[in-house]
Design a protein around this ligand. Structure first.
Ligand SMILES: NC(=O)c1ccc[n+]([C@@H]2O[C@H](COP(=O)([O-])OP(=O)(O)OC[C@H]3O[C@@H](n4cnc5c(N)ncnc54)[C@H](O)[C@@H]3O)[C@@H](O)[C@H]2O)c1
Length: 265
């Protein structure tokens, strides 16, 4: 097996939801660098991001506008990827939103939106693209972006945490169902990753606590044993591992990548 990083995903086709920016975009960059062809799917910015990535990797990336909460849109995503690349090998269900709100203050519509995008969106992505993997009969990989808050709760995290815990139940069940087809299904549970989502959290927490975003950031850093936020690239490398032959016997797992947060000091 050629384990040089440029060859790790040679010839594979990956579809990544929520790839217009943040972690998803960085996964797309890393997959392209490792030899894959990539469909960048997002409700916003998919085509622009794909056009930017295509400058370094012409003919190996397409942008597909797709809303993971919409069944028809996810079906159209499957068709678009098959039409562009002839099939799919790796499915990354990464689209997600963060809402910080104490449970007692949370409106039903807010709760529903988080569950719709994070949990139901992951279900639709896994169902439609998973069916494609089964139909092809050549195995495959499904990787879902859960969270550190998929294995523990936290203040203000009721809806987000419920959606991310739910994803892990979905991943474990799907892993058992798709194992006979040589399809592995795993979740990645990142801690604090420096993306637009986290920057927004600093602003929101600051306005609700009377602190500055810098103070909120420092407070968070103080809880991370490694003492720093994760750049998206360090998280994306875990998705490379789970998409590559290096992880062929790994399935039904939730890989926490949090700089030691779960253990604490
Ligand atoms: N940033 C973190 O610290 C962190 C930590 C743990 C888990 N995560 C998870 O990782 C994933 C990516 O997070 P990020 O930090 O890159 O966030 P981000 O907000 O920077 O990017 C999320 C992307 O998802 C897209 N999206 C939202 N709703 C969508 C929908 N209905 N259909 C398709 N796309 C949609 C957005 O347009 C955006 O491009 C999310 O699932 C998030 O919950 C992030």
């Amino acid at each position: 097996m050629d384990t040089s990083s440029e060859a790790l995903l040679d010839g594979r086709v990956a579809v990544i939801t929520g790839a217009g920016r943040g972690i998803g975009r960085t996964i797309a960059e890393r997959y392209l660098a490792c030899g894959a062809r990539v469909a960048v799917a997002d409700v916003a910015g998919a085509e622009d991001t794909a056009a930017e990535l295509a400058r370094a990797h012409p003919d190996r990336v397409v942008g597909v506008p797709a809303d993971v909460t919409d069944e028809d849109s996810v079906r159209a995503l499957r068709e678009a990827v098959v039409s562009a690349f002839g099939g799919v090998d790796v499915v990354v269900a990464n689209a997600g939103v963060l809402l910080l709100r104490p449970v007692l203050d949370m409106g039903l519509a807010e709760w529903q939106r988080v569950i719709d995008i994070n949990l139901t969106g992951t279900f639709l992505t896994c169902r439609e693209l998973g069916a494609q993997l089964v139909e092809q009969g050549r195995g495959g990989r499904i990787i879902a972006s859960s969270s550190l808050f998929g294995v523990r709760g936290g203040r203000g995290n009721g809806a987000y945490s419920a959606s991310k815990f739910g994803m892990i139940g979905l991943v474990q069940s799907l892993a058992a169902e798709l194992a006979p087809y040589a399809i592995t299904v795993n979740a990645v549970c990142p801690g604090q990753v420096d993306t637009p989502m986290l920057q927004q959290l600093f602003v929101d927490r600051a306005s609700s606590s009377g602190r500055s975003p810098q103070e909120v950031r420092q407070g968070l850093l103080d809880t991370i044993p490694l003492g720093r936020l994760a750049p998206p690239a360090e998280i994306a490398d875990v998705y490379v591992y789970l998409a590559s032959s290096l992880s062929s016997y790994v399935t039904a797992q939730s890989l926490v990548v949090d700089g030691g947060c779960q253990v604490g000091w």
